[in-house]
Design a binder for this molecule. Structure first.
Ligand SMILES: [Zn+2]
Length: 311
């Protein structure tokens, strides 16, 4: 429904146009989906801006459905449900299509895949997590076949990044983890919900993988004190002061234990991309900064490139 599209079919001239051409030539009418068997009416949405604590980020323009009452044809690649069905088919059981039209994702399979990646990455896992490992400790990259569970979640993250808001996947995807049901809304957090994520992990003592989306603020190189790369995300702008007089600012960082992930992030950033979605088990801790500010730190850890999507 809310899928963003970079191309449209321009009915007037019976040809495809890109969003750049639509912007330059001010073409906003007579547009439909590029899939021949679909051709539902679509519209052009201009660029916009989002405010963060220390910057303003530009959201690129795109095409989208004119009305949700006329969704994409079932076989159109922009039909979200159709895409999820394709992912489910190739997922080796991690994503299943249910009779009611929704989907279930088995998060515990992801956890076991990640655990095996972790042991491949470390010689001394605990020491590494605490940042005590020798930087020269040999790290092993996984070779060969891509884990179908991790790659299915990666496809869903990519799909999510092409959808306007979280609501469509909230309606379509539920997750299960060791007998619990987890809604998509408790799994996937865009930056306006970082605080909700922090509270969820603290209150529910959540141990399942959780996904966060945001904008990369910077990459920190390894140091003597902490021998791993880490990525910090741009902090959301917080105007509200809580009743106790303290302003609580969520702060997300990700530790990278995998070299190919660092290279992937750096090469995508060199192309001008700055948005990131990642999932991992999270650690949370707060620290006070003076009397009036408290940082709500959320720390993720990456052992496999498939845990990250840059867009
Ligand atoms: Zn379509």
């Amino acid at each position: 429904m809310g899928r963003k599209m970079p191309f449209a079919y321009y009915e007037k001239e019976k040809r495809e146009i890109s969003v750049d051409e639509a912007r330059e030539k001010l073409i906003t009418k007579s547009l439909s989906c590029i899939t021949e068997s679909c051709r539902v009416p679509i519209i052009y949405i201009g660029p916009s801006e989002r405010n963060y604590s220390n910057r303003v980020s530009r959201v690129k323009d795109y095409f989208k459905l004119k009305t949700n009452k006329k969704p994409h044809a079932d076989n159109c690649k922009y039909n979200t449900k159709g895409q999820l069905k394709i992912f489910a088919r190739d997922s080796e059981g991690v994503l299943t299509s249910l009779e009611n039209g929704e989907f279930n994702f088995r998060l515990n399979l992801i956890t076991s895949s990640l655990k095996s990646e972790k042991t491949k990455c470390f010689t001394d896992e605990d020491a590494s997590i605490q940042g005590l490992a020798n930087p020269s400790t040999k790290k092993y990259e996984s070779k060969g076949k891509i884990d179908p569970y991790l790659s299915t979640m990666h496809k869903i993250l990519k799909l999510r990044s092409e959808i306007e808001s979280n609501s469509e996947l909230i309606d379509l995807v539920n997750l299960s983890f060791g007998g619990q049901n987890i809604s998509w809304g408790n799994f996937y957090y865009p930056e306006e919900h970082y605080k909700k994520c922090y509270n969820y992990v603290v209150k529910k003592k959540a141990v399942h993988p959780i996904c966060l989306e945001g904008i990369i603020d910077g990459i920190k190189e390894p140091s003597d004190k902490f021998p791993f790369y880490s990525v910090s995300l741009t902090k959301p702008r917080v105007d509200n002061i809580d009743k106790d007089g303290i302003k609580r600012i969520p702060s997300v960082s990700i530790t990278l234990y995998n070299e190919s992930t660092i290279k992937y992030i750096q090469s995508e950033m060199a192309k001008g991309k700055e948005n990131i979605a990642f999932y991992s088990e999270l650690k949370v801790k707060s620290n006070h900064y003076g009397l009036e500010v408290e940082y709500l730190n959320i720390i993720g850890s990456i052992n496999h490139k498939q845990q990250v999507h840059i867009f």
